[in-house]
Design a protein around this ligand. Structure first.
Ligand code: ADP
Ligand code: MG
Length: 253
């Protein structure tokens, strides 16, 4: 067995993995929600899913996380077929829009909670929380309760909770949509910095064009459960494959 990747002092290295979706489809009963999804994500790539409300972005993220079962197709992370793997065995961590921190616990306790539940030694938990807090500028706030934090700080704690688990792949589902405009900009910069520092594969869902254009190495435009186009922000802006993509990306075509 490989030794677990560790957050060292600086810079932390979490080990990375690519992601591959092959012919992924999902139906809820008779209702098809996703169809024929093929996608390759390179190790360490920052991929953003965009598309109108209800097009299947969250469902696709939940399939990757293993929170929903695929109806068809295959999901690979690194060199492993994880299509039927338990969520805890996939090497992923997901950050949601509502951060659901435990109100009665300190920042420190919130961030270490998952590791403590996994019966990891207290010294290891403390070290990982310390390292993640440093990356996220949370060190001075470790003793506070969530109610004593701003929205941006709470969202950082939620990200910290994901980091301490040392995922190969981070999944973000509209993590900034509950924040006000100013905090969104601040957190967007923070997330870009985090990606540069950790180098992990990140899959990020947003309906915010600015977030997509500034964060993504690659944007995936979804519509009605299918992929319309995949490309770099510049490729999609300059060469949208149809009017839908052009409209969504805001290019002048
Ligand atoms: P998005 O995140 O792009 O807004 P979702 O992935 O949440 O879209 O939803 C895509 C479609 O799947 C929607 O029509 C939604 O109603 C449907 N859907 C999502 N989850 C379920 C579920 N558990 N059961 C039935 N339908 C669902
Ligand atoms: Mg959604």
């Amino acid at each position: 067995m490989n030794a677990p990747a560790r957050i060292g002092t600086a810079p932390p290295s979490l080990g990375t993995a690519g992601l591959e979706l092959r012919g992924v489809a999902k139906s809820f009963g008779a209702v098809g929600v996703l169809e024929g999804i093929d996608l390759s994500v390179a190790d360490g790539e920052f991929v953003v899913f965009v598309g109108p409300s209800g097009c299947g972005k969250s469902t696709l993220l939940r399939l990757i996380a293993g929170l929903e079962e695929t109806t068809e197709g295959e999901i690979r992370i690194g060199d492993r077929d994880v299509t039927d793997a338990d969520p805890s065995q996939r090497g992923i961590a997901m950050v949601f829009q509502s951060y659901a921190l435990y109100p009665h616990m300190s920042v420190d306790q919130n961030m270490g909670f998952g590791l403590r539940m996994a019966h990891r030694p207290a010294t290891e938990v403390a070290e990982k929380v310390r390292a993640a807090a440093e990356v996220l500028h949370l060190t001075p706030l470790l003793d506070r309760r969530p109610s004593q934090l701003s929205g941006g700080q709470r969202q950082r704690v939620a990200i910290g909770r994901a980091i301490v688990r040392e995922p190969k792949v981070f999944l973000f589902d509209e993590p900034l949509s509950n924040l006000d405009a100013e905090l969104r900009v601040e957190m967007r910069i923070e997330i870009a910095r985090l990606h540069r520092r950790l180098g992990n594969t990140m899959i990020y869902v947003t309906h915010d064009q600015t977030e997509a254009m500034t964060l993504a190495d690659k944007i995936v435009v979804l519509n009605g459960g299918r992929i319309e186009q995949v490309g770099s922000p510049a490729e999609l802006y300059e060469n949208p494959c149809n009017l839908f993509v052009a409209g969504f990306i805001g290019s002048p075509r």
